[in-house]
Design a protein around this ligand. Structure first.
Ligand code: HEM
Length: 483
C-alpha cells in the first residue's frame, strides 16, 4: 500500500501493522459483532473491549469494519489532521442527510468549510457576551420552574427541566424565538421530536443500509413525523428572520440571532447557503446544543448531590465573585467562576456526554502507532479512556475538581489536559464549547446558591444510556430550598 503517513512520523523507522491483523472481539459470520452490542450501551461495549483488546482494535457491524482507538495521543493525531487526512464518516453523512440535518456537523470537504465559516461568527465572544442577559433570565426561569414543582410537593424530574432550559437557550440564541418550555409551555413536541431524532440516529448508525426507507413501521412513521415537524419549525423561523432583516437595516450590521447572522453572512453569491442548508444547520445546532449540555448539567448535579462540601465551595466562589449576591452575575463573573468550571470539567472527564467521535481517512494512511488504515475505514475514537488512565490521573475514579485548578506552583497536568477531549479538537472542534460552559456555570451557580442538592434515600442506581449523546438513567435528585 502506498499510504500517506500522519504528520511528524518517520516512515523509515515505523513497523506497519495491517488493519486485518489487529486484535478484536470474536466475530460471527455475516453479522460480525452486530448482535453483541446494543445501541443504548454502545459506548460502554466499545470501552470494555478496549480494556480487553487494547488501545487499537478492530470490530465489524454486519459488512462494515471499524477501527476503535482509545489511546488519546492517536485519537488527537487523527482528529487534528482533519479535514486533510480524515473526514467524518460517510455513514454519518448519509444518516444525517436522511433525517434532513446534513449541516456543518456531518458535512465534509468544501461544503463543511463553507458552512463552518458561516456559523462561526455566531459563537464569537462578542455574540455570546451580548447573550449573557438572556442566559441569566432563562436561568431565573429554570429556578422558577423548580420552585413551582417544589411548591406542588410532587416528585419531579430535574433532568427534564434541564432539557427545557437548553431548548429555551438554543432556540432563543439560534432563532430569537421563545419556546418558553420552562414557563409552562405545555407543548413538549419539540423536546420529544429532538429526542426521537437522536434515538433514530443512534439506532440507525448500526446498519450498513437504510432499510427504513423500504420497510415502514410505526416507529419509522413517528420519526418521519418528528423530522417534518422540526423542519417546518425551522422553515417558519427562516421566513421570519428574512422578513425581520428586510424590515430593519441595522440588523444586517448587528444581527441579533445566529439565524440572522447566518443569513447575512451567506448573502454573497459565492458563499450563499441554500434554504435547505440553512434548515439543516438550524436543526444541527438545535440537536448539538440541547442534549449534550442538558446531560452535562444532569451529570454534574449527580456528583454535587453526593458531595455537600463541593456545593458549599460553589456558594463561596459565587459569594466572592458576585460580592455576596448571585443576582449580580454577569459575563465577568461567569469568566471568574474557576471552581465551577473545574466541576464541569471533572464531570465531563468521568461522564463526557460525547463519548465517541467518528472519523474516516481520505486516503490510505499509516498512524504513528504503525497501523495501516485503508481509505474509507470507519474509525471510532473513544473520548473517555484517556482521562481514566491511572498513569496520567491519580485516583481516576474519584470526582475531584481540584485537579483542574491551576496555580503557578501547581499547573494542571499537561497529560491530563491533552487526554481530555470532551469537545473534540482541531479544525472541527465543537464551536459550542464556550456557550455550553457559560450555561453550565450560570446553572450550577444558581442551583447551588438556592438549593441543597441531594439524592433521595433508596435512590435507584444511576446508569448510562447512549442515545447519540450519553445521558444518565434513573437519576433521582432532591432540591430543597436553602434557608
Ligand atoms: C457539553 C456540551 C457539548 C459537548 C460535550 C459537545 C461535544 C462536541 C463534540 C465532541 C463534537 C465533535 C468535535 C470534533 O469532531 O472534534 C462537537 C461538534 C459540534 N458541536 Fe458540540 N458539544 C456541546 C455543546 C454544543 C453546543 C451548545 C453547540 C451549539 C449550540 C454545539 C455545536 C456543535 C457543532 C455545530 C459541532 C460540529 C462542528 C464541526 O463539525 O465543524 N455543541 N461537539
Amino acid at each position: 500500500m502506498n499510504a500517506k503517513m500522519v504528520k511528524g512520523v518517520n516512515s523509515s523507522v515505523l513497523p506497519t501493522i495491517s488493519f486485518d491483523d489487529l486484535p478484536g472481539p470474536k466475530q460471527q459470520v455475516i453479522l460480525g459483532n452486530f448482535t453483541q452490542i446494543s445501541a443504548e450501551s454502545f459506548h460502554t461495549h466499545l470501552e470494555q473491549w478496549a480494556k480487553e483488546y487494547g488501545s487499537a482494535y478492530q470490530m465489524r457491524l454486519l459488512n462494515k469494519p471499524y477501527l476503535v482507538i482509545s489511546d488519546p495521543k492517536i485519537g488527537l493525531e487523527i482528529i487534528k489532521q482533519r479535514p486533510k487526512l480524515f473526514n467524518r464518516t460517510e455513514r454519518l453523512e448519509w444518516l444525517f442527510a436522511d433525517l434532513g440535518i446534513h449541516g456543518v456537523f456531518s458535512s465534509n470537504g468544501d461544503k463543511w468549510k463553507r458552512q463552518r465559516r458561516l456559523i462561526m461568527p455566531a459563537f464569537s465572544y462578542k455574540t455570546l457576551a451580548n447573550f449573557v442577559p438572556q442566559l441569566k433570565s432563562l436561568s431565573i426561569n429554570l429556578q422558577a420552574a423548580i420552585d413551582k414543582k417544589i411548591a406542588t410537593g410532587e416528585v419531579f424530574n430535574v433532568h427534564k427541566l434541564l432539557q427545557y432550559f437548553t431548548i429555551d437557550i438554543t432556540t432563543s440564541l439560534v432563532f430569537g424565538y421563545q419556546t418558553n418550555m420552562l414557563l409552562g409551555n405545555a407543548d413538549t413536541s419539540l423536546r420529544d421530536n429532538i429526542d426521537r431524532l437522536f434515538r433514530a440516529l443512534n439506532k440507525r448508525s448500526k446498519y450498513p443500509f437504510p432499510w427504513w426507507r423500504y420497510i415502514r413501521t410505526p416507529e419509522t412513521r413517528r420519526i418521519d413525523k418528528a423530522r417534518e415537524e422540526v423542519y417546518q419549525l425551522a422553515v417558519s423561523m427562516i421566513t421570519k428572520a428574512k422578513v425581520d432583516l428586510a424590515g430593519n437595516s441595522v440588523l444586517a450590521d448587528e444581527p441579533e440571532t445566529i439565524l440572522q447572522a447566518m443569513i447575512v453572512a451567506s448573502d454573497s453569491e459565492e458563499s450563499k447557503l441554500t434554504d435547505d442548508e440553512l434548515v439543516a444547520n438550524i436543526l444541527t445546532l438545535l440537536l448539538a446544543g440541547e442534549d449534550t449540555t442538558s446531560n452535562m448539567l444532569a451529570w454534574t448535579l449527580y456528583y454535587l448531590a453526593q458531595n455537600p462540601s463541593l456545593q458549599q465551595q460553589v456558594i463561596d466562589e459565587v459569594s466572592r465573585v458576585c460580592d455576596g449576591d448571585i443576582e449580580k452575575v454577569d459575563l465577568t463573573a461567569l469568566e471568574q467562576f474557576e471552581f465551577i468550571e473545574a466541576i464541569l470539567r471533572e464531570g465531563l472527564r468521568l461522564k463526557g456526554t460525547a463519548p465517541l467521535i467518528s472519523a474516516e481517512p481520505t486516503e490510505d494512511t499509516v498512524l504513528s502507532n504503525g497501523i495501516k488504515v485503508p481509505k474509507g475505514t470507519a474509525i471510532f475514537i473513544l473520548t473517555r479512556p484517556g482521562g481514566l488512565d491511572e498513569k496520567v490521573v491519580a485516583c481516576p475514579e474519584k470526582f475531584n475538581p481540584e485537579r483542574w485548578l491551576s496555580t503557578p506552583e501547581k499547573p494542571v497536568c499537561p497529560h491530563l489536559q491533552s487526554s481530555h477531549i470532551p469537545f473534540g479538537a482541531g479544525a472541527r472542534h465543537c464551536p459550542g464549547e464556550r456557550l455550553a460552559m457559560m450555561e453550565g456555570k450560570a446553572v450550577i451557580a444558581r442551583l447551588c446558591w438556592y438549593y441543597v442538592i441531594s439524592q433521595p434515600e433508596q435512590a435507584p442506581e444511576v446508569g448510562e444510556e447512549f442515545a447519540f449523546t450519553m445521558r444518565p438513567t434513573n437519576l433521582a435528585l432532591t432540591l430543597t430550598p436553602r434557608k
